[in-house]
Ligand binder design. Structure first.
Ligand code: FES
Length: 145
């Protein structure tokens, strides 16, 4: 069996929503302490809905595929739904990632969370701090089956 699913290969070769939003409402940047890869997510938000999202990543193929899929999954969705997105859901939507590549999908989840937090902070919107744990303190928290 191939190491990577067709969906992973597709999103790696033709990543969706790559780029930058100049007037983004929220920007999140996270790094993976293990491999040194970096991901940045830009959100455009209107009435609590993610109307546009773009990402840039300096990372491996799995990180690119995960970010691409994650942006597709949150586009047009309310912030509450985007906050519920787990790396496991991203990996499942990609028809799976090899176990040693699951940590790459964590970057997407954390970058989205960081961008939403940035939006809340910039707009003085109160939120439950427990929803935004410091990623640097728990970069090993990805879920495995
Ligand atoms: Fe670093 Fe995949 S190896 S994100």
């Amino acid at each position: 069996m191939a190491l990577y699913s067709e969906k992973v290969m597709d999103h790696f070769r033709n990543p969706r929503n790559v780029g930058k939003i100049d007037d983004a409402d929220g920007v999140g940047e996270v790094g993976n302490a293990k491999c040194g890869d970096i991901m940045k997510i830009y959100l455009k938000i209107e009435n609590d809905i993610i109307v546009d999202v773009k990402f840039n990543t300096f990372g491996c193929g799995s990180a690119i595929a995960s970010s691409s899929m994650a942006t597709e999954l949150i586009k047009g969705k309310p912030l509450s739904k985007a906050l519920e997105l787990t790396n496991k859901a991203v990996a499942e939507a990609l028809d799976g990632l090899p176990a040693h590549k699951l940590h790459c999908s964590v970057l997407a989840e954390e970058a989205i969370r960081a961008a939403i937090k940035d939006y809340y902070d910039k707009n003085g919107i109160s939120y439950d701090k427990a929803q935004f744990p410091d990623p640097s303190e728990e970069h090993d928290h990805f879920e495995e089956d």
